[in-house]
Ligand binder design. Structure first.
Ligand code: SF4
Ligand code: SF4
Length: 74
């Protein structure tokens, strides 16, 4: 499991980067999580005031549910 930042929700407050014990979050253009450094502790997700950080497993589940719908539209 890993975590990602939704760029559309992120307000660039920097709180997650300050709180990450692994130094995995940096503002490269927008705030991003380095999956090589992230240990999936979840502290950034809990600290984000914009609810912009998600577990990638959750994203995969949502995309899996949406995929059949996109096929129906075509
Ligand atoms: S704490 Fe949330 S809003 Fe703030 S920089 Fe991190 S992801 Fe963006
Ligand atoms: S889950 Fe933990 S290690 Fe990974 S980016 Fe967030 S605070 Fe850092």
């Amino acid at each position: 499991m890993a975590f990602i930042i939704d760029e559309n929700k992120c307000s660039s407050c920097g709180l997650c980067a300050d709180i990450c014990p692994c130094g995995a979050i940096s503002p490269i253009g927008v705030y991003k999580i380095d999956p090589e450094k992230c240990t999936a502790c979840g502290e950034c997700k809990d600290s984000c005031p914009s609810y912009a950080i998600m577990e990638t497993d959750l994203v995969s589940k949502v995309m899996g549910k949406l995929y059949p719908l996109t096929r129906e539209v075509k």
